[in-house]
Design a protein around this ligand. Sequence first.
Ligand SMILES: Nc1ncnc2c1ncn2[C@@H]1O[C@H](COP(=O)(O)OP(=O)(O)OP(=O)(O)O)[C@@H](O)[C@H]1O
Ligand SMILES: [Mg+2]
Length: 484
Amino acid sequence: MFSLKNIPSTLSILSTYTTFTASAMLIRSVATEVQAIINQLIPEQLRNLLLSKLGGLYSNPSSQMTLLINDYDGYCINELYEASHTYLQTKITPSMKRLKVSKAPRDKKVIVNIHKGQKVVDLYEGIQVKWEMKCVETKDDEQGKVEIRVLELSFHNKFMETVINSYLPYVMERSKAIKEENKAVKLFSLGNFCGDYDGAWGSTNLDHPATFDKLAMDPAVKKELVDDLDRFVRRRDYYKRVGKAWKRGYLLYGPPGTGKSSLIAAIANYLKFNIYDLELTSVSSNSQLRGLLVSTRNRSMLVIEDIDCSIELQNRQAGPGGHGQGTNDELTLSGLLNFIDGLWSSCGDERIIVFTTNHKEKIDPALLRPGRMDMHIHMSYCTPSAFRVLASNYLCITDHDLFNEIDQLMLEVEVTPAQVAEELMKSEDTDIALQGLINFFRDRKLKSENCNSGGREADLEEQNESKARERVCATDKIGKSKGT
Ligand SMILES: Nc1ncnc2c1ncn2[C@@H]1O[C@H](COP(=O)(O)OP(=O)(O)OP(=O)(O)O)[C@@H](O)[C@H]1O
Ligand SMILES: [Mg+2]
C-alpha cells in the first residue's frame, strides 16, 4: 500500500527504474546507430547470413517471447501471416538449404520463399528477432487431419511493445511494397474470355509499355498529374478525416492520336492499378451496371472511353428484346453518375475513374460539374517539347540541326503525336526520319492551304476517312496497343 513512509524507497526504485530506462534507451539508440552503420557497410545478403549464424548465441530461453502467427484465423486468411511470409522473401540467404519457389498468375517473376523448418534472423532498430516457419497437424471435424502453417516470431520479452506496435506494422508495410513490385497490372474488360475471371469481367495482363517518361505531353501538365496521383495514393487518412470517398476522377480530352489511351496505361503502370475498361455499349441496364461496378476491386481504375457517346444514354429506348426489356431499368446517364458518385464510390477504396473524349464540348454538363471529374487534362496536338520526347523515344536523340525547322512547322500545322511517331519510325537513319517528318508537315500544310482556298470538302472527306480508319483500328485501345 502507498504511504508517506514509503516515499524514499519508492523514489529510489523510481530513480533506479529511470536510470535503467535511460540506460536501456541509450543502449537502444546506440544499437540503432550501430545497425545503421552496419547496414551501410555490409550488403543485405551477407548481413542476413551473419545474423543467421550468430542468432543462436544470444537467446536466453527464460526471457524469450514467442508469437504464433497462423495462416488462417478461423476461415479467414490471416493477413499478418501473408504479410510476414512475403516479407521473409527478402531475408533469404545462400546458406539456406531448402527453399520454396512459386509463381502465381499475377506475379511477374518467380518467387523464392522459406520452407517449413526454416529459421530466419532479422534485426530491427537494434532488436534481434527470430522467425521460424512450422507446419502443425490439427484435427478438423469436417476435413479430418489438416495441416496449418505457423510462423513463430521470437524475441526478448522486453521488446514486446516495439515488436507489436512498430516491427509488425513495418513488416506489413514492406510486404505491401514487395507485392506491388511483383504484381503484373491487369486489364479487365467485359466478355474477355481468354484470361482470368472476376465476375463478368475477364482479364489479361496489361503489357502496355507506356510510362510517364515516354509520354509526349506538356511537361507542366504531366508534373501536375503525377503530383496529383502521388498525393491521392498517400491520402487514405485524409479522405477518411474529411468524410470523402477515396476516389479521384480524370477527364482526358483531345483529338484522336494525342495519347489519351497511352496516358491511361501510363497511370496504371505507375500506380500498379488494374484497369476496368467499361464499354458502355455492352451494358444494357442500370442494374447490370451496378453489378459490374460493385464487382471491381480496390486500387483500380474504371475507364470509360469516348464518354461523349454516353449522351445517347439519356435517349435510349427499350427496343424489342433490346435494352431494359421494356422495364424502367434502361441504362441512363444519371444511373451511371449515381453509381459513380454514390453507391460504388462508398463501397471501395483507392478508385480512379477516367473518362476520355475527342469532343469535350459535346459532353453532358452533368459530367463536367465541379467535384465530379477532379482534373480535366487536355491532350493536345504535338508541341516542340512533346516532339523532343518523341525524338528521344524513337531516334534516341536530344538535339539535331533540323529541330528548329520542325518546331517552326509544328506551329503552322496541327499534327498529333501519333502521326509524328509514325513518321519517326519510318527509318532508323536519323536524318532520313527527320527529313521524312518535314516532308509530311509540308504536305499537310499544302493540303490545308488548298482546303482554305476551296478544297474544304476534299479535306473534310479525308478527315472522315481517317476518323473511320481510327475507329476500325479501335483495337489500339489501351491494352491491345503495344505502344507503336
Ligand atoms: N502523347 C503521346 N506520347 C507518346 N506517344 C503517343 C502520344 N500520343 C500518341 N502516341 C502514339 O500513338 C499511338 C496512339 O495513341 P493513343 O491511342 O494513346 O491516342 P488516343 O488519344 O487514345 O486516340 P483516340 O482518341 O483515337 O482513342 C500510341 O500507341 C503511341 O504510340
Ligand atoms: Mg484512345
